[in-house]
Design a protein around this ligand. Structure first.
Ligand code: GCB
Length: 580
């Protein structure tokens, strides 16, 4: 939900900062205000802002004093974090206002004690101590169940928002390509009110629909209408509309929110993904939110470059590997017509390195652990459910799904997300291939393959041969389920060349991607290919990584490798629409 109407005070900028290595801050009441000469910039991870903080995981404190004018006196004040973590605890004027777990979803707290016409002290404690219980799990900064750097901090924007005592709390929008619009609007108010609903074209020039509903009771209100003459959202023409919902009492506007929506259908049938009744082929990438200095924050200018590069290379899709991306990131997907697989931070790559099989069974069977994973999924869905670009959910990446208890965990997550949102298909990214026990639970099978890289070293053809055998077997078992290869790729150090192509050279990466794509597009049951990865990204330190994971077809600063040039030809040749 967004609003032009609600007053907002942006808190981005420089904050006072203090690392709390001993974890004494709460005992010493740093939440009342702490002494430090360190500064930090928000939004951005703390790590690369000072080499001394680079490898630091643990507790750190942020502080900012902010003036709030008296004209906001009669409103409710909220502090909204678009993403911070891993654990965030917030105080305003020394009073605790709330806590949140998880780095990649939005959360907000109500502030009851505001000093109007005065400065208000905001203190934030962030704790990203690695933990097995965290999503994703880790033991230490370099011992993790995920192959991306364990950044910490307030890495997305923060602001204060002010609402009337009557306000819209949430809105869920379902659409169909034929113009069907169904929206449920959750309101908080101590009396009945009027609701104004308006649908505008993206440029806000044309009013497509206007409705005034009198005497609405607070709580949930469901509005349904067939809107004539709307243009559907699709990758070629990502038509967006603006749905505005307003609360009016005695002729006075009390709240106004909006969503950017698209009209589209998504359905899995005949072994295909149908978008607006036409089968589509997903070509694109697994990505990361990762950039020099800003860490887990991708500045708008970088995002814009990324989308133009993805367009240029012929991509039409990506997965939010391995956590929900920022609103800005997904706004551009809506706008540029990218089909997105939305994934939460339930990532388990290499969990076998940090937990024994028995420990894995215990962890995945724990009720509180399943409840936590569901909460993460729920927050992700709540934040992004109204986006036309999100065509599918992936509930986890590379779980040890050859273990029955883990397969059961996946089954529960799939059921849960379908209850939350029955309108979208569900998948998860598996690397267990024929040994996976959970493939039957999903609508679309997603497989990660690195044959010719992590196995069959230096022998791409052999790798592909083994992969094909496994793929045929999986297709035989699940003939109706479409298959996406959600990851495949090879590391290449930019500037490292080799004839013949040898591992780590630009030529080897280019050759591997080319051979995979040429082979896999011939298989009728394959409906998507996502290269791992769009750009090089930072990882924990280990002997298999040279500071970065080098599987990007672009470098970390977004310059092309040889493979980007090859991919441009290959991807552009694959049409977005498949044969029925
Ligand atoms: C995977 C993971 C991804 C890694 C990638 C790799 O299977 O899903 O997070 O970065 O492999 O490069 O090893």
């Amino acid at each position: 939900m967004r609003s032009w109407f609600r007053p907002r005070i942006q808190l981005d900028g420089f904050w006072k900062f203090k690392v709390d290595r001993e974890g004494i801050g709460e005992k010493e009441k740093w939440f009342e205000g702490f002494v430090s000469s360190d500064l930090i910039y928000v939004p951005s991870s703390w790590n690369e802002q000072n080499p001394e903080w680079d490898q630091y995981t643990g507790i750190a404190w942020y502080q900012k004093d902010i003036y709030i004018d008296t004209n906001l006196r009669n409103k409710i004040a909220w502090i909204v974090f678009k993403g911070a973590g891993y654990r965030t605890k917030v105080w305003v004027n020394s009073i605790s206002v709330g806590e949140h777990e998880g780095s990649f979803t939005e959360f907000k707290f109500r502030i009851d004690k505001v000093s109007y016409g005065d400065f208000n002290r905001i203190v934030v404690k962030i704790d990203n101590t690695p933990s097995i219980d965290a999503l994703p799990p880790a033991r230490e900064v370099n011992v993790t169940a995920f192959d991306f750097f364990h950044y910490g901090g307030i890495h997305r924007p923060v602001y204060l928002e002010f609402t009337d005592s009557c306000y819209i709390d949430d809105m869920t929008v379902y659409t169909k390509a034929d113009g069907m619009l169904k929206t449920s609007i959750d309101t908080v108010c101590d009396r009945v009110f009027d609701l104004r609903i308006e649908l505008l074209d993206k440029e806000m020039k044309k009013v497509v629909l206007e409705e005034y509903i009198r005497n609405v009771k607070p709580g949930r209100y469901v509005y349904e209408k067939k809107v004539n003459g709307v243009k559907p959202w699709n990758p070629e023409e990502p038509n967006l509309y603006i749905l505005v919902v307003e609360i009016v009492i005695d002729g006075v506007l009390r709240d106004s929110i909006y969503e950017r929506i698209g009209f589209r259908d998504i359905e899995i049938k005949n072994g295909r993904i149908y978008l607006n009744e036409k089968p589509v082929f997903l070509k694109g990438f697994g990505r990361h939110e990762d950039f020099p200095v800003t860490g887990k924050y991708l500045p708008g200018a970088v995002l814009i470059r990324d989308f133009y590069l993805m367009k240029k290379i012929g991509a039409n899709s990506f997965r939010t590997s391995h956590y929900p991306y920022s609103d800005e990131h997904l706004d551009l997907a809506d706008e540029f017509g990218f089909m997105v697989i939305l994934e939460p931070s339930t990532c388990y790559s290499g969990i076998g390195r940090i937990l024994s099989r028995d420990e894995i069974v215990k962890l995945f069977s724990r009720d509180d652990y399943i409840a936590k994973a569901k909460k993460f999924v729920e927050e992700m869905v709540k934040q992004h459910k109204n986006r036309p670009s999100v065509i599918m959910y992936s509930v986890t990446n590379e779980p040890p799904s050859d273990i029955p208890e883990v397969a059961e965990f996946i089954k529960k997550l799939v059921q849960f997300v379908k209850e939350l949102d029955p309108s979208r298909p569900v998948t998860f990214a598996s690397h267990r291939s024929v040994a996976d026990l959970a493939l039957g639970y999903v609508d679309v099978i997603s497989l990660n393959y690195y044959r010719g890289w992590y196995s069959e070293w230096g022998d791409i053809d052999k790798g592909i041969e083994v992969m094909l055998k496994e793929l045929e077997e999986i297709h035989r078992r699940f003939p109706d389920k479409p298959i996406i290869i959600t990851e495949f790729g090879a590391d290449a150090i930019t500037g490292l060349h080799s004839d013949p192509p040898q591992m780590w050279s630009e030529e080897y990466q280019a050759e591997m991607l080319k051979k995979y794509i040429e082979t896999l597009t011939k298989k009728n049951y394959i409906v998507g290919l996502h290269i791992w990865n769009f750009a090089d990204f930072r990882t924990p330190q280990n002997p298999g990584r040279t500071i970065l994971n080098r599987k990007g077809v672009f470098t970390r600063d977004r310059q092309p490798k040889l493979s980007a040039l090859i991919m441009k030809d290959l991807f552009n040749k694959i049409p977005t629409h498949m044969q029925q």
